[in-house]
Design a protein around this ligand. Structure first.
Ligand code: HEC
Length: 129
């Protein structure tokens, strides 16, 4: 590998580590109904773009959730780019229903490996100790 591509690979890996460190799930536990949220996640086709696991598909990863509940609701009401994700008005999805969807998403396990379990990332973590 050339020095340049090695530098690039290291830079990319460091970015991944940094991203993992900063994508923290909000501390407050959600209080909505997980089972009703699951029904709504299917009914309103969130799964079509975000995957059944909330971690794949054409949409952004929802697990781990980076928004507190209020921020999540605000996002779904008014996604920043309307050509990427449809907006869901309170008529279609009242706040209570979105709180249930939020609880369901927060209940989904994060299947991403920890950086320390990926050999190249572990090497980099050790190099920087
Ligand atoms: C037609 C595809 C589509 C559907 C249906 C859809 N989304 Fe999205 N969603 C996206 C895309 C694409 C993005 C990334 C948008 C962007 O970066 O501008 C996104 C982003 C998000 C985000 C922000 C994620 C982040 O961390 O930045 C949340 C939260 C979200 N969607 C929740 C939902 C929920 C809840 C539903 C169902 C009620 C839903 N989405 C339905 C495509 C979709």
């Amino acid at each position: 590998m050339s020095n340049y591509s090695r530098t690039l690979a290291v830079a990319a890996s460091l970015l991944m580590v940094a991203a993992a460190a900063y994508s923290q799930t909000p501390a407050t536990p959600p209080t909505g109904s997980v089972s009703h949220g699951k029904e709504l996640f299917m009914k309103y086709t969130c799964y079509a773009c975000h995957g059944f696991s909330g971690q794949n598909g054409n949409g952004a990863r929802l697990v781990p959730m980076k928004f507190p509940q209020a921020g999540f609701i605000a996002y779904v009401r008014n996604p920043p780019r309307a050509n990427q994700m449809p907006s869901y008005s309170p008529k279609v999805l009242p706040d209570g229903d979105l709180a249930d969807i939020y609880s369901y998403i927060r209940s989904l396990p994060d299947s991403a490996p920890s950086p320390a379990s990926v050999p190249i990332l572990r090497d980099i973590l050790n190099e920087n100790k």
